[in-house]
Write a protein that binds this ligand. Structure first.
Ligand code: FES
Length: 108
């Protein structure tokens, strides 16, 4: 099972196994990781699953998957960066084993 490292704004790190086909938001929620809220459950309507993909993984993960994701990223509570993504839209693949994401200071 691929792993994801979630790094909180204060530097706290959690390394979790996230099943193939599952998204990065749910990986955090199922393990009670603070910093990703996922209020809409992945329906692409809340943007409370905002994360910053680590620079080393940015090319692999890519840009916003859809115009809807891109639009929602315009309204995130923490600053949008070049590596900002909605974690519910990042689906785990074998190639993403070892992915590192940083969580913003706040989601509201
Ligand atoms: S969980 Fe709501 S947009 Fe990702």
């Amino acid at each position: 099972m691929p792993s994801v490292t979630y790094i909180a704004a204060d530097g706290t790190q959690h390394v979790l196994d996230v099943p193939l086909g599952e998204n990065v938001m749910r990986g955090a929620l199922y393990n009670d990781i603070e910093g990703i809220v996922g209020e809409c459950g992945g329906a692409l309507s809340c943007a409370t699953c905002h994360c910053y993909v680590d620079e080393a993984w940015a090319a692999m993960v890519g840009q916003p998957a859809s115009k809807d994701e891109d639009d929602l990223l315009e309204g995130v509570s923490s600053p949008r960066k070049a590596t900002s993504r909605l974690s519910c839209q990042i689906v785990m693949t074998a190639e993403l084993d070892g992915l590192v994401v940083h969580m913003p200071d706040h989601q509201y």
